[in-house]
Design a protein. Structure first.
Length: 325
């Protein structure tokens, strides 16, 4: 017999600045609502775009009793009026509405007071503190491996962070993949073997540095990739993917990342990253960059005599394209 779905909390405070953890909390809230009601709808709105009447409309009881999840983003930016409206609502939340408030913990007094108001209203609190200390990052990796159903040790955790870096999304992805590929026993040897064979890790590392104008870093990563035996075509593909993504996002304008994510069919984190990488690029430079990656793709597939040199030249040409106005 199927167990009845647990009713999700009417109020939830997601507190902290670690984006990956915040997004997971929102996804968990939406999933819980879907379990309780498969027709549940998710609405996300920035607090700066919200007025008290609009809030009242969002949280008003539905005639058809559908479950709804209302996510208020950047609550730390709340002004006096909207903060008062949210505070008033959380004292008597509506049935069938799950209000999720995303708050960094900072802001001015009206915004900070929202934290106390939600706690006083017995909101479910999800802590998402920014992970900056090495020990916290190691704990995160251990938890990710455990979350995926695997086991590990300190040497393997250290090896994984050395191989991947500090980006939590990449660490989470690598941890889950390692558990899947190793049958659950993640050791330092498995980490090194996995990342020696993971051409896309070093390929995309080259691309990221090249696109952001770090020529020295891109050339260094490229030399490392070549020493590891990363196929030239995968580095060329990573360069092409990076340039195409930046061009696509830059061409869409400075819109909200969540809207762009839907319009472009990309994950929100990738849109945010591309928006950041697009700074310093101009239309003429992107046109030139597209030509560069098209040519290097042909070069590494047999057109060029020396594929290593073709990739080095492409990195330098991308830097030149980025400087075009």
């Amino acid at each position: 017999m199927k167990a009845p779905a647990v009713t999700p909390p009417a109020l939830q405070l997601v507190l902290g600045e670690e984006e990956l953890l915040v997004e997971r909390a929102v996804r968990a809230a939406a999933d819980a609502a879907k379990l309780a009601d498969p027709t549940a709808e998710l609405t996300r709105v920035k607090v700066s775009d919200l007025t008290p009447p609009e809030l009242a409309e969002l949280v008003s009881p539905s005639l058809f009793a559908e479950q709804r999840v209302i996510v208020i983003e950047n609550a730390h930016d709340a002004g006096k009026d909207i903060a008062a409206a949210i505070t008033s609502y959380v004292r008597e939340p509506a049935d069938g509405v799950q209000l999720v408030v995303l708050h960094t913990g900072g802001g001015r007094k009206p915004a900070k007071d929202l934290i106390g108001a939600l706690r006083s209203a017995d909101a479910h609190v999800v802590e998402c503190p920014r992970i900056t200390k090495p020990a916290d990052r190691e704990a995160f990796v251990r938890n990710e491996i455990r979350r995926a159903g695997g086991k590990t040790d300190a040497d393997a955790v250290s090896a994984l962070i050395d191989s991947v870096g500090s980006d939590l999304r990449e660490l989470a992805s690598a941890a889950a993949q390692l558990v899947a590929d190793t049958g659950g026993e993640v050791t330092a040897d498995e980490v090194r073997r996995y990342h020696r064979g993971r051409a896309d890790v070093t390929g995309f590392a080259v691309a990221e540095k090249a696109i952001t104008g770090d020529v020295a870093g891109a050339l260094e990563m490229l030399r490392w990739a070549m020493q590891l035996g990363v196929p030239h075509v995968l580095v060329a593909d990573a360069l092409a993917d990076g340039v195409r993504t930046v061009a696509k996002v830059a061409g869409a304008g400075r819109a909200d990342p969540y809207r762009l994510s839907t319009e472009l069919g990309m994950p929100t984190w990738k849109v945010r990253k591309a928006l950041s990488q697009s700074r310093g690029w101009h239309p003429a430079g992107l046109v030139a960059a597209m030509q560069v990656v098209a040519e290097v793709n042909a070069d590494v597939k047999g057109v060029a005599v020396d594929a290593d040199y073709a990739l080095q030249r492409a990195v330098l040409r991308l830097a030149e394209a980025r400087r075009r106005s």
